[in-house]
Write a protein that binds this ligand. Structure first.
Ligand code: HEM
Ligand code: HEM
Length: 174
């Protein structure tokens, strides 16, 4: 069994980390606080939709690569329950990202966004985005932010309190 993640998996991890944090920031700070009547909203939406779809594609690639190649055993945090929580947290991170992408696509389709944003149909945006997929997109984004903060906290704890060199397992340097 390898002692660290392959370069491909590490590259995908850091690229996706940047893209996901960017999409969360753009969604919460820009989109959620900009009314659909704002002339700049269409441009922000086009960036968000493109970024979201790219995340979905790369995340799918990452799951396939992860599934088909060897990865190091899960890190030991010194407590059986926390070790199990860590394994679950990683799977939940994957799941929440997919829920974000699918609920985003359903929201966008429900509001005819693909035609408005990319098809140049010229139709106006709805007053607000509604529906259960939009609600799910908002709630899941908050859950994802909380879990990512916990994930970063756990990485810091490993690296600087347990001093087990965890970050080197995800390093791009060989
Ligand atoms: C910038 C902040 C981040 C840091 C410092 C960080 C750090 C790490 C480290 C060190 C590992 C390897 C753990 C191990 O060796 O077992 C890891 C794994 C992982 N990270 Fe992150 N990460 C960050 C952001 C993210 C984000 C934004 C996501 C996605 C939502 C994410 C999802 C994952 C997943 C799913 C794994 C498990 C990989 C696997 O075994 O398939 N990380 N992270
Ligand atoms: C997978 C990564 C994605 C992340 C992390 C993400 C994140 C977010 C966040 C944080 C919000 C604001 C939620 C709130 O109100 O609290 C948002 C809104 C939205 N997202 Fe995403 N999103 C992703 C993918 C997508 C995709 C793939 C689409 C469509 C193709 C999409 C379409 C939308 C739409 C239409 C809104 C509503 C904007 C508004 O109400 O003004 N998202 N997203």
């Amino acid at each position: 069994m390898p002692t660290r993640y392959s370069r491909t998996l590490a590259t995908l991890h850091w690229l996706l980390a940047l893209m996901i944090i960017g999409a969360l920031f753009g969604g919460k700070v820009l989109l959620a606080n900009t009314p659909n009547s704002d002339p700049g909203k269409l441009f922000s939406l086009s960036l968000h939709l493109s970024l979201g779809l790219a995340i979905l594609a790369l995340m799918t690639l990452r799951v396939i690569v992860r599934w088909r190649s060897a990865a190091p055993p899960h890190a030991d945090i010194g407590n059986e329950i926390l070790n199990k929580a860590g394994v679950w947290a990683h799977w939940v991170l994957y799941a929440l990202v997919f829920i974000m992408a699918v609920s985003g696509i359903v929201t966008a389709r429900g509001a005819d966004l693909p035609d408005i944003v990319f098809g140049g149909s010229g139709a106006p945006l709805p007053d607000i985005f509604t529906g259960s997929a939009r609600t799910l997109h908002g709630i899941t984004s908050t859950a994802l932010i909380v879990l990512i903060i916990g994930h970063i906290g756990a990485a810091i704890y490993h690296q600087y309190v347990r001093k087990d060199g965890l970050l080197a397992r995800m390093s791009l340097r060989r």
